[in-house]
Design a protein around this ligand. Structure first.
Ligand code: GDP
Length: 328
């Protein structure tokens, strides 16, 4: 049995070839939900959905989000309509009072659907409608995610990090904003002052059980993808008790993609593999790139960690297996 902690790019890439190494029926993936938002009343779970779509064989692999070949008629028309109505486009938070009202799971990240600032495809939207409908019928996010995973034919067990809300808020020189506003609407440009995980999320039975097995932290963003999972009550203690292998999302001080460097620096870590190792004191071994000469105080397995294909991912998964095997 093995458990992966996942964000929405690096770890899903690893998962695309991990099934050749780790039996899917014995693999659990715990997905970050700090990035989730409620948009026009629909709960959007970007990291869970990337794993859902990738493992379900429908992911748009150019962007690593959304469904391949999806159309965007509704999203485009929402923008047209907002312009025609003279409504300001860009993220439109619902009023403060609404942020803690209604559906608990969506607290502190509620946006109106006007001009829909995230690009939601038409099929993608059907997934969010189904998810939100099932939540409104009284099911937990864990149950709903498993139902969707069955619909997409997933062989692994995909679960959210919690059934409680936890919102990743970025405090910047342009004010406080949800991670999706920072990343999607402002392209990660505002200077980051600090990162806050808003909410008190508890681990579910599914997550606590999964964290009795060896854990693989794929090359995900340590601050905004793995940070929220660690902030869930009960998770950090478990990580200290089980074997943990980390795949670095850096090659020395270079990231493959995304804002991990700036977020690490703003959180007091060197934006590098050395900083990643410092950030994860509970990690027992690391997988680093062949070109990464960082010296660490824990065992290291090296391989080419660039993952552009399933074969690449399988190679990195084999290095993970080797690193796990070397832990006492
Ligand atoms: P997000 O939710 O989209 O931010 O995705 P993740 O947190 O799961 O992944 C983002 C991280 O993946 C970034 O820090 C990248 O450096 C890393 N990453 C992306 N592609 C690769 C790759 O091919 N190899 C490795 N080692 N890391 C990658």
């Amino acid at each position: 049995m093995v458990t992966f902690l996942s964000g929405g790019t690096g770890t899903p890439k690893l998962l695309s070839g991990a099934d050749a190494v780790f039996e899917p029926a014995e693999t659990t993936v715990v997905g970050n939900t700090g990035d989730d938002v409620e948009l026009g009343g629909l709960l959007v779970c970007p990291d869970l959905d990337t794993v859902l779509f990738e493992r379900g064989g429908v992911l748009d692999r150019e962007t690593w989000w959304g469904i391949d070949g999806d159309t965007h008629e509704t999203n485009e028309y929402l923008l047209e309509l907002a312009s025609a109505a003279g409504l300001e486009t860009g993220p439109r938070y619902l009023p403060d009072a609404c942020q803690t009202d209604g559906r608990e799971i969506a607290r502190w990240r509620r946006f109106s659907g006007i001009a829909e600032f995230m690009t939601i495809g038409d099929r993608d939207r059907a997934v969010h409608l189904t998810r939100t409908g099932l939540l409104d019928e009284g099911r937990s996010l864990t149950e709903v995610t498993r139902t969707l995973a069955d619909a997409f034919g997933l062989a692994i067990d995909l679960v959210p990090m919690s059934d409680d809300p936890l919102a990743t808020m970025i405090h910047t020189d342009r004010g406080e904003m949800h991670f999706q506003e920072f990343w999607v609407a402002h392209r990660g440009e505002p200077a980051i002052e600090r990162v806050e995980f808003r909410g008190e999320a508890r681990a579910t039975e599914a997550v606590l059980t999964a964290l009795e097995d060896p854990v693989v932290i794929g090359p995900s963003n340590p601050i905004t993808s793995v940070g929220p999972i660690r902030a869930v009550r009960g998770v950090e203690e478990r990580l200290a008790r089980v074997p943990v292998v980390v795949v670095s999302p850096f090659v020395e001080d270079r990231v493959f993609s995304g804002p991990a460097g700036d977020l690490m620096a703003a959180s007091g870590y060197e934006p590098s593999t050395a900083g990643v190792a410092e950030c994860y004191p509970f990690a027992d071994a690391f997988v680093l790139d062949d070109g990464d000469g960082t010296t660490l105080d824990r065992p290291v397995v090296r391989t080419d960690t660039a993952m552009d294909s399933r074969e690449d991912a399988e190679r990195v998964a084999r290095a993970v297996e080797e690193a796990l095997g070397g832990i006492d």
